[in-house]
Design a binder for this molecule. Structure first.
Ligand code: PLP
Length: 910
């Protein structure tokens, strides 16, 4: 294990590219008194001057050609960097990985930098420990090994045992290192400034500004409290991971100079030859871990050299040392993924555009040579992604791209450079573990796994196995595409279905497609068919109502009856407005809330979808932005009105911080809208719902529950009846239309009456919310809704049955997943359930989506079809009263067989 590794020489090659945007890396800059800093800087200047002269002379004297001379130079450089101190040793560590910068023998020269650096003296160690622990070592530990198990540039590590008997690793910052780091970085900054002033050529690289940005990062490596927080965050990101382990820290025992963590007995990264695990698989695992940190977590190890890795039994990878960690925002991750996506598809023009958006902070500088820049970058991309794929390396590509951007007068961003440094080191290690690894193929496998794009091989297989099963659906779709934008509901946006079905007829829990294939359906039409398809109750009601003549925009008895049933379900004094869809219901509720409160803004929760309106889709599920604690609202569709987005406060469900943010912005908030039982969770947080209600009530903000899916599905009424928490307004849809288009708003009379006339036309326009809808409450829909609600009201056993069926099926599915040993989260209750393939259970929706194996989810939908089960792709699944035990047993069996086949076909290998 290595301590903390400052950036330097070859890292400086990267630093010289740095742009002015913040690296967003949280580290403390340990303060030193001015006097001590000045003294340390003078000493540092003397040391640098003396050793630079000394090594320069030796280099000049021993200069020569050929392999031996190069090896001699490498040895000299090694000695020089060692003398120069912690800030420079990082360069040696980068050189010590198989990064392609040096030959194998030259690389070996730098390998001792990973753990064999000189430790501090015993006396100094005792002093640091005594000060840091606040008690003698003998009191804090039942045993302590004074010989370090590893020594890095910043810290050294000792093995010890806590009084309770737990073996621990004690990481101690080396005496004097903090002062030296601060002083040498201070000095370096000054030297860079001088260089900047004196050299015109250097000036355009804006090195001092970039170094100033990195400086706190470098010096902050010495703060063990900060490092403990970073380590805990990475550990959390990988909790339950099948083969990546991050040692648990003992946070209460940590201080500025001391970090105490569990002791992991494993093989050091540099001794990888001792690991009894196939090298290619081990290398693929490492690459997977590094990429996972970058692309999913956006929180990555900048410094994953062998000294910061260990290998446990069965190819377990242990990641250590979080002194230098980079962070990518949601937008960075989005940009990075969208760039790779274009590369995977070979769309070079788009890739150039996305690369520039992602990594060039001042793209206007490219304007004078824009078309040449675009053409040359497209060539670079083509060369790396198309032609050199057998010897692909991110670093080589980054290097060429950086050079090109620079040649056109612009820079790449700091984050890009840190990413490059991380991948330079990481891919170097990966190549060291398996020199034959095909980095691109693995990277491609990685991007495949987490994007819906299907690899050519997979596409072919699905065409063969699924496409051929549904030729009539496929040709109907092709034909319809000439005149219908969305041939089916699924074939429309972001993640279109590769094989949308056209259904000929549906009955009970099954439907028949145009090709005569029969499926057990797990979509329930995305919600309405809680009794199953073609249930006699709504069918009869619809037939009778149609025979009586479709009445709309004039009162009809069914409309009144439907409103009464809904109002009764939501408590005495409730009032109802009917609409044609869930989207409309939410729009009505928002207008009512604005009219009622006289305020403009809306609070909504990240990942909650409220229909396709501008407001309903803000930060809903395709795209998120801003920090997890304080998300920025972002449109999820082109054409969204910007002011609607800007007027949204985006919150996180279940997080106390959301309540504080509501309170802080209360004066402008008309309402907070949410799914009380978010579809992805299939559960609700009762305490949170209660606290949310209290905060909003205290501040005159209306609470709107969107129960479009859960209304009359999870309970007669909705999820609020399960939670026992009442909102001001509830939005309904789906079930209440008995299978026909419908929606409703229901709430306290005092609030809903804001949509009722005052009988004064002038006052109406000034103070009342207008809601319309020609077909709202039409007689056929209302009759179907009445019939279904009455059936549900009179048969409460339907709800008991749905609960039991969901519990049974999800238990079965989990058991199948365990049996096959795959990462799989099955969540469900009250007829709503979802499946994701992911080892982790992230707290926030944004992380759930990003980290999930989307490709496996899509594939599951297709594998299930082969077994006669229709699963809506990437959507929550729903059960109906019509699903019989036999059918659910078939679904369970189909799921077991499908994931078995998916395992065989390599969907879960890494
Ligand atoms: N709200 C939620 C929670 C939904 O899931 C949906 C649709 O799926 C809507 C609102 C919009 O309903 P509709 O599609 O009927 O407009």
């Amino acid at each position: 294990m290595e301590g903390h590794s400052p950036l330097s020489v070859s890292a400086r090659k990267l630093e010289s590219n740095l742009s002015g945007d913040p690296a967003r890396i949280s580290v403390a800059d340990p303060g030193l008194s001015r006097l001590r800093l000045a003294a340390a800087a003078v000493a540092e200047a003397g040391r640098i001057g003396w050793w630079s002269a000394f090594y320069l002379v030796r280099f000049l004297l021993g200069r020569g050609r050929g392999r031996d001379a190069r090896l001699r130079t490498a040895a000299l450089l090694r000695g020089y960097l060692l003398r120069m101190g912690p800030l420079y040793i990082k360069a040696g560590q980068v050189l010590g990985t198989q990064s392609g910068l040096l030959s194998k023998q030259e690389t070996d020269e730098f390998r001792s930098f990973f753990s064999e650096l000189p430790p501090m003296s015993d006396a100094a160690l005792r002093k640091v420990l005594r000060n840091g622990l606040g008690a003698p070592v003998e009191q804090m530990f039942s045993s302590f090994e004074w010989t370090p198990v590893a020594v890095g540039s910043v810290a050294q590590v000792h093995r010890a045992v806590l009084p309770e008997g737990d073996p621990v690793a004690v990481k101690v910052v080396k005496a004097g290192v903090r002062a030296r780091l601060v002083a040498s970085s201070w000095l370096l900054e000054k030297l860079l400034r001088i260089g900047h002033l004196m050299s015109r050529r250097l000036r355009k690289y804006e090195v001092p500004a970039h170094f100033a940005e990195l400086r706190p990062l470098l010096t902050g490596q010495c703060d063990m409290r900060q490092e403990e927080l970073r380590q805990a965050e990475v550990a959390q990101n990988f909790s339950n991971h099948p083969y990546l382990r991050v040692p648990r820290t003992h946070d209460r025992l940590c201080g500025p100079d001391i970090l105490i963590m569990e002791y992991v007995d494993a093989i050091r990264g540099q001794d990888v030859e001792l690991v009894d695990f196939p090298r290619p698989a081990l290398a693929a695992r490492l690459q997977d871990v590094f990429y996972c940190m970058v692309y999913f977590h956006g929180f990555f190890h900048v410094d994953p050299h062998p000294g910061n890795l260990m290998f446990g039994a069965d190819g377990e990878v242990v990641l250590l040392d979080f002194g230098l960690v980079g962070r990518l925002s949601e937008d960075d991750k989005w940009n990075l993924s969208s760039f790779y996506y274009a590369c995977v598809l070979g769309q070079w023009e788009l890739a150039v555009e996305r690369f520039t958006r992602a990594f060039v902070p001042q793209p206007r500088r490219l304007a004078p040579t824009q078309s040449r820049y675009a053409a040359e970058l497209a060539d670079v991309l083509r060369a790396h992604f198309e032609r050199q794929t057998d010897r692909w390396s991110t670093m080589a590509f980054f290097d060429d791209a950086t050079r090109l951007v620079r040649a056109h007068g612009a820079r790449v961003s700091t984050r890009f450079s840190l990413l490059a440094l991380s991948l330079l080191t990481g891919e170097g290690v990966v190549s060291q573990v398996d020199p034959d690894i095909d980095i691109w193929r693995n990277a491609r496998r990685f991007t495949d796994r987490f994007s819906p794009y299907l690899s050519e091989e997979l596409k072919e297989r699905f065409e063969r196995e699924i496409g051929r099963q549904v030729p009539n659906s496929m040709s109907a779709r092709r034909e319809a595409a000439n005149y219908l934008v969305a041939p089916t509901h699924l074939d429309r946006f972001v993640l279109p279905s590769a094989f949308p079905l056209v259904v000929r007829e549906a009955s009970g829990a099954k439907f028949l497609d145009l090709d005569g294939n029969e499926y057990i359906d797990l979509s329930c039409g995305y919600g309405p068919h809680v009794l199953g398809y073609a249930h006699p109750v709504p069918v009869q009601a619809i037939q009778d109502a149609a025979a009586r003549g479709a009445v709309n925009a004039i009162g009809n008895p069914s409309e009144l009856q439907l409103a009464r049933h809904i109002a009764e379900a939501f408590g005495t004094g409730s009032k109802v407005i009917l609409s044609n869809s869930g989207t409309e219901a939410v729009q009505m509720a928002l207008r009512i809330a604005r009219a009622y409160t006289g305020r403009q803004r809306v609070g909504k929760f990240e990942g909650h979808y409220h229909g396709f309106s501008d407001q309903g889709t803000v930060s809903s599920w395709f795209r998120y932005s801003g920090s997890p604690d304080s998300p920025e609202p972002i449109a999820n569709s082109a054409g969204t009105q910007r002011s609607v987005v800007a007027d949204t406060l985006v919150l996180q469900y279940g997080e106390a911080n959301s309540l504080a943010r509501i309170e802080a912005q209360a004066a402008s908030l008309a309402c907070v809208v949410l799914e009380p039982m978010p579809a992805a969770l299939a559960d609700f947080d009762e305490t949170f719902l209660r606290e949310l209600k209290n905060v909003c009530a205290r501040n005159g903000i209306l609470v709107i529950y969107d129960e479009v899916v859960t209304g009359f599905r999870v309970h007669y009424g909705g999820a609020q009846h399960l939670a026992g928490v009442e909102p001001d307004i509830t939005c309904l849809g789906k079930v209440i239309g008995g299978g026909l288009p419908c929606g409703a708003v229901v709430g306290r009379a005092e609030v809903i009456d804001i949509a009722r006339t005052t009988q004064d036309p002038f006052l109406d326009v000034d103070s009342r919310a207008f809601v319309g809808g020609t077909m709202s409450g039409n007689s056929i829909t209302a009759a179907a809704g009445v019939a279904v609600l009455e059936h549900l009201r009179d048969h409460p056993e339907v709800y008991t049955g749905l609960r039991q069926k969901t519990a049974w099926l999800t238990k079965e599915m989990k058991a199948h997943a365990v049996e096959h040993g795959i990462p799989c989260n099955v969540k469900g209750s009250h007829s709503v359930f979802s499946i994701t393939f992911d080892y982790a259970s992230p707290r926030l929706v944004r992380d759930r989506l990003v980290g999930s194996n989307i490709k496996a989810n899509l594939a599951l939908a297709y594998y299930l079809r082969k077994h006669g089960v229709y699963m809506p792709e990437l959507h929550t699944m729903l059960l109906s009263d019509a699903h019989s035990e036999t059918e659910l047993e078939k679904v369970s069996k189909a799921f077991g067989s499908s994931i078995g086949e998916m395992v065989e076909n390599g969907f879960f290998t890494s």
